[in-house]
Design a protein around this ligand. Structure first.
Ligand code: FMN
Length: 304
């Protein structure tokens, strides 16, 4: 057995494989498929300070082995989640990361404040959502707006991880702003803007129109984002997410520079995916005579 433990900023995790926000529910939904305390953490679907219904159906469309979604951040709100989802997760012994979102900086602050004192190890700040005060531009497409929501999330009094969008040419600058604003880690990446057309209906397949592409199709985009940010910020903690479906995908993400990995869309095809990726990663390391994951983090940046 290889050592899969890792450190993400100030947070020590017994295992570097986590779930990705929005793909593992808000509670212990995956407990039927594996021991939740055997994952590094369960990252729950992004929560607002209030309950939110999300977008009209259909919300998901498949695209080969990938998919486009416009779920629209539906959820129970932080307070209801603490009473139910978090309680169920803690009962299973899961390490929990709470993801938060908002439409304004004040809404991020309110969501974060609602997490104060909660039994979670970190707050993942989902900056990849529209900013109502910024012409609906995505927070994470602006260094200033990203810094503002990361700062606002300080209201939780917990380590902050900034979850960023790959849909900007300024990713490295945005990442730098997130770190300067107090983020202990970068979570790279959220979905890629996309759309599927229903040719019989002659209209977009999703009720919302456009959506976010995720799964294998975005793996090279996520690898590039992690690689570029590792290059720019050698000391930063990075959590890689995007298209990880196998242990080898996880190895590639670690080699690009990720200290930890999140498994998302793969879980829809196989609810055991986070547990399987962990086991396959362990086997790959063993087969290659590597004693710990840390030995391969960032090795793709070697002297070449
Ligand atoms: C159905 C669905 C819902 C998602 N909801 C969220 C969310 O609430 N918050 C968030 O930060 N990311 C959300 N994501 C993005 C994932 O966490 C992840 O960043 C992205 O899908 C890329 O990883 P993957 O290719 O492994 O899925 C969602 C993705 C999917 C497919």
């Amino acid at each position: 057995m290889a050592d899969l433990s890792t450190r993400v900023g100030s947070v020590r995790l017994a295992c570097a494989v986590l779930t990705a926000s929005g793909t593992a529910g808000v509670g212990d939904e995956l407990a039927a498929y594996g021991e939740l305390d055997g994952l590094g953490a369960v990252v729950v679907k992004s929560l607002a300070a209030f309950a939110w219904p999300g977008n009209p159906a259909p919300r998901l469309a498949t695209w080969g082995a990938s998919m486009v979604n416009a779920v629209g951040l539906s959820g129970p709100g932080v307070a209801a989640w603490r009473a139910d989802g978090l309680t169920r997760l803690r009962r299973r012994g899961a390490t929990v990361v709470a993801s938060i979102w908002g439409r304004t900086v004040a809404e991020f602050e309110a969501a974060a404040a609602g997490l104060a004192g909660a039994e979670v190890v970190a707050v993942e700040v989902n900056a990849s959502c529209p900013n109502l005060e910024g012409r609906r531009e995505i927070f994470a497409h602006s260094p200033e707006a990203t810094a503002a929501v990361v700062e606002a999330a300080g209201a939780a009094g917990l380590p902050r991880w900034a979850k960023l969008s790959p849909n900007t040419p300024d990713l490295v600058e945005v990442a730098g702003a997130a770190l300067a604003a107090g983020a202990e880690a970068l979570v790279l990446v959220n979905t890629v803007l996309g759309m599927v057309i229903d040719v019989e209906a002659r209209r977009p397949a999703l009720g919302h129109g456009g959506g976010g592409l995720s799964g294998g199709a975005i793996a090279p985009i996520a690898l590039r984002a992690v690689y570029d940010c590792r290059e720019a910020f050698p000391e930063a903690a990075i959590v890689g997410v995007g298209g990880i479906a196998t242990g080898e995908d996880a190895v590639a993400m670690a080699m690009a520079g990720a200290d930890a990995l999140e498994v998302g869309t793969a879980t829809f095809a196989d609810p055991r995916a986070p547990f399987r990726v962990r086991d396959e990663l362990d086997r790959w390391l063993d087969d290659h005579g590597v004693a710990s994951l840390g030995e391969i983090v960032g090795v793709a940046h070697g002297d070449g």
